[in-house]
Design a protein around this ligand. Structure first.
Ligand SMILES: [Zn+2]
Length: 319
């Protein structure tokens, strides 16, 4: 009898916050239309001796995202350094949140084309900074630091997603929920929303996870669904032929509709995370949380419910 397979998918979504100024300094977040390397200062260029300071607006916006995604907002969280060398990272480390993120245990309810609803868990959301941009021509490489230290949140889902359609609907629902709060443009075209897909397969009924790959370079929700579909097929074929899935970071090749190996996957300890000594702990007071809750606009889910009730609508919207 043919073996039956099941895919296990988790998505990591990066979302740029439109706070107007960067996360640790007062530089403008308008990085694309400005001349290269004009929206920079000693802080976002990582000069020696300078000190970062958390932009309060970044924290407010991040908390609003946490509320929109039904997360628990932690009273105390902290920043950490993720160390790696890359030309577009001026400090040679990224400030992020490692073991104590500001938001955890959220969820989104998605509706599938069949009408079936499903709850997708959100493990955590953390605040971190964006890198600059490398530009490569045939003979030369350039780097533009305008995007360095742009504020980002990373939204990590639970591995609750099973199909490309569920991934697509999760992203649609997430985009709408964030968009309603007004904290981000959430546009994949503009780069203010980016998604990486973790995919593994296992035999149906098995509790154990298979080895997962992470696919990057996904430029649209459709590309996410297509890449996941391809990756599920590739892994099943590999396993059925007696092979093993390697833990790798892959790039989606849109033109050819295939994933390609970018690098073998690094482990968390390769990054030598340690607590960021230049920033104080993040304390979110109850007053702040209540103020932000009061500022939250009505969500799409609540709006649909209210319209159906108030206007006695018979149509149930599923998009
Ligand atoms: Zn700056």
């Amino acid at each position: 009898m043919a073996r039956e397979w099941e895919a296990v998918i988790g998505l990591e979504v990066h979302c740029q916050l439109k706070t107007g100024t960067k996360v640790w300094c007062g530089c403008s977040t308008d990085y694309d239309s400005a001349e290269p390397n004009t929206h920079v200062c000693p802080i976002c260029l990582g000069h020696p001796g300078v000190l970062p300071k958390l932009n309060e607006k970044v924290l407010d916006y991040a908390i609003k995202a946490g509320l929109a995604l039904n997360c628990h907002i932690n009273e105390e969280s902290k920043f950490d350094r993720k160390n790696y060398f890359y030309p577009d990272t001026p400090k040679n480390y990224q400030i992020t949140q490692f073991d104590k993120p500001y938001a955890e245990n959220g969820y989104l309810d998605i509706k599938l084309n069949s009408g079936r609803e499903k709850r997708i868990g959100i493990t955590r959301i953390h605040i971190e900074e964006d890198a600059g941009k490398s530009i490569h021509t045939t003979n030369e490489s350039f780097v533009n630091f305008n995007r360095a230290s742009m504020p980002l949140i990373e939204i990590v889902s639970e591995p609750d997603i099973r199909t490309p359609e569920e991934a697509y609907e999760y992203l649609n629902t997430l985009k709408t929920a964030i968009k309603y709060t007004g904290i981000s443009d959430v546009s994949m075209e503009l780069g203010s929303l980016r998604c990486d897909a973790n995919v593994s397969v296992r035999e149906k009924g098995s509790e154990k996870f298979g080895t997962r790959t992470e696919t990057k370079n996904l430029n649209s929700f459709k590309a996410v669904a297509k890449a996941i579909e391809y990756e599920i097929g590739r892994q099943i074929e590999l396993l059925e032929n007696g092979g093993v899935v390697e833990q790798e970071t892959l790039l989606w090749d849109e033109a050819n509709g295939v994933t390609r190996v970018m690098r073998s996957k690094e482990e968390a300890n390769d990054y030598r995370y340690f607590p960021e000594p230049d920033l104080v702990k993040v304390i979110i007071t109850n007053e702040r949380l209540e103020r932000l809750k009061a500022e939250m606009p009505e969500s799409k889910v609540d709006k649909v419910k209210r319209f159906v009730k108030e206007y006695q609508l018979k149509i149930i919207l599923n998009k």
